[in-house]
Ligand binder design. Structure first.
Ligand code: ATP
Length: 434
């Protein structure tokens, strides 16, 4: 086998005693007694590279003494086992090539304000804390899709440009679309997901979604990623069974595979370890009772805001489902309860520790006449929903699904104060740069 042209830092322990090439960036550097110690990062990890005056030429030694942070380098050196080193190895440098000597780096070890860091998000992503969050994010997505794939779900992605909204156009971003008028950036793949579920039984879509809501909270982005399973022949209880197994699997996978990252984030693991089925299930009416007892009464018929969600979820040690919402709180397609049509078979999942709603979902209307009636009630243009109504003409079945917001899930699992750190380049109502 030909040896790899260069070695990644997370695999260095396999190369002890050998001379390897590393390609990366300078993280920090210090010198002591005729030796330079460079901490080099390559995206997979950080390793200490030791440059001894006796082992390199004078020009290399001198250059290493002046290298600014984030300079790009290729170095060759011998890998030595060293128990005190972070990854268990150190590299004794034999040769050093500097690809680019960086300008003075704006992000220094001193404290920076969050707006400054957000303005430099393209560089901030290089820091250990951001690495940890992005690795947890990737694991959340991997675990989520793996769980559904293993259960026989088919990934069928929904379009992003749509002729109409899922729930009305007030919170949609618009764009001119050739001779066809206005197109909207999707706020959910759900309607298309329903078509896919009638074609394949169990499906999910995963992609970016857009909300032009003027919500300036710690939980709202204008662009976020949502994974949405949709299942034919599934009722409200079946959806909650599916969602609790799904969320538990994601959390347990992150605990198993991203232990180092959670430790770096100083995340308290005890609450995460307890995220296992069954999750408590309370009705909207029961949730109102909790709010009343907590001295935060709310009139029946209104939707919960972040504050109410925090109060409700603080009564439970794991995520809690709130089901049977008033119809007016939810979208037109939610199936009414047969015995009490004022409420619908919808359920949201509230994360513990004050992280609020991470999942919204429920059973969809499968009866054509009822769906037509609802469209009219909500003042939605029937013509645009022709295809959606067709799904109720050709083999309609009860079906349910849900959407999980990836960033809210990541913010919860990582214990972040604000959702903006849970996505590489956040889009907020007051931020479109970088
Ligand atoms: P909220 O009431 O909290 O604004 P929603 O009821 O509009 O949320 P859904 O339409 O049910 O949310 O969307 C499903 C999931 O998508 C939510 O549970 C949440 O995880 C995520 N989500 C919704 N809106 C946003 C947003 N603006 N930013 C980030 N994630 C979001």
């Amino acid at each position: 086998m030909t040896p790899p042209p260069w070695v990644f830092i997370d695999l260095l322990t396999q190369y002890v005693g050998q001379t390897v090439e590393l390609r990366g960036w300078l993280y920090t550097r210090r010198s002591s007694g005729g030796i330079h110690f460079l901490l080099v990062r390559d995206g997979t990890g950080v390793v200490q590279a030791v440059i001894n005056a006796k082992e390199v030429d004078a020009a290399t030694f001198d250059r290493a003494d002046h290298l600014p942070q984030e300079s790009s380098l290729i170095l060759t050196g011998a890998v030595r086992s060293d128990k005190r080193a972070p990854g268990g190895v150190e590299v004794t440098v034999r040769a050093l090539v500097v690809l680019q000597e960086a300008d003075p780096y704006p992000i220094t070890p001193k404290e920076h304000g969050v707006e400054f860091l957000m303005d430099h998000r393209h560089l901030w992503l290089r820091s250990p804390r951001q690495h940890a969050i992005m690795r947890v994010r990737a694991e959340v997505i991997r675990a989520a899709t793996a769980y559904l794939d293993a259960q026989g779900f088919l990934r069928v992605d929904a379009p992003i440009l749509t002729p109409a909204s899922v729930e009305g156009t007030t919170t949609l971003f618009e764009t001119a679309y050739f001779d066809l008028g206005t197109a909207y950036l999707t706020q959910s793949g759900q309607l298309y997901n329903e078509a896919a579920a009638m074609a394949f039984g169990r499906v999910y879509c995963y992609g970016p979604t857009f909300r032009a809501e003027k919500s300036k909270t710690r939980r709202h982005l204008t662009e976020f990623w949502m994974l949405e399973p949709e299942v034919a022949y599934l009722d409200l209880d079946g959806y909650m069974d599916l969602a609790e197994g799904f969320v538990s699997a994601i959390v347990q996978d992150v605990l198993r595979n991203r232990e180092r990252e959670l430790a770096l984030l100083e995340r308290d693991l005890a609450p995460l370890r307890g995220v296992k089925p069954p999750f408590p299930r309370i009705s909207y009416d029961e949730a109102l009772e909790i709010l009343k007892r907590a001295g935060k009464p709310m009139p029946w018929g209104e939707d919960f805001g972040g504050d109410e969600e925090t109060v409700i979820s603080s009564h439970f040690d794991r995520p809690v489902f709130v089901h049977h919402y008033p119809a007016a709180c939810k979208a037109f397609y939610m199936q009414p309860d047969a015995t009490r049509p004022a409420v619908v078979l919808a359920a949201d999942l509230l994360a513990p520790e004050g992280y609020g709603e991470i999942i919204g979902g429920g059973q969809r209307i499968h009866d054509l006449a009822l769906l037509e009636h609802r469209l009219a009630e909500y003042g939605l243009p029937r013509d645009i929903y022709r295809w959606y109504l067709d799904l109720r003409r050709y083999g309609a079945v009860p079906h349910s699904g849900f959407g999980i917001g990836i960033e809210r899930t990541v913010a919860w699992i990582c214990g972040l104060d604000h959702i903006r750190e849970a996505i590489p380049f956040p889009r907020l109502i007051n931020r479109l740069y970088p």
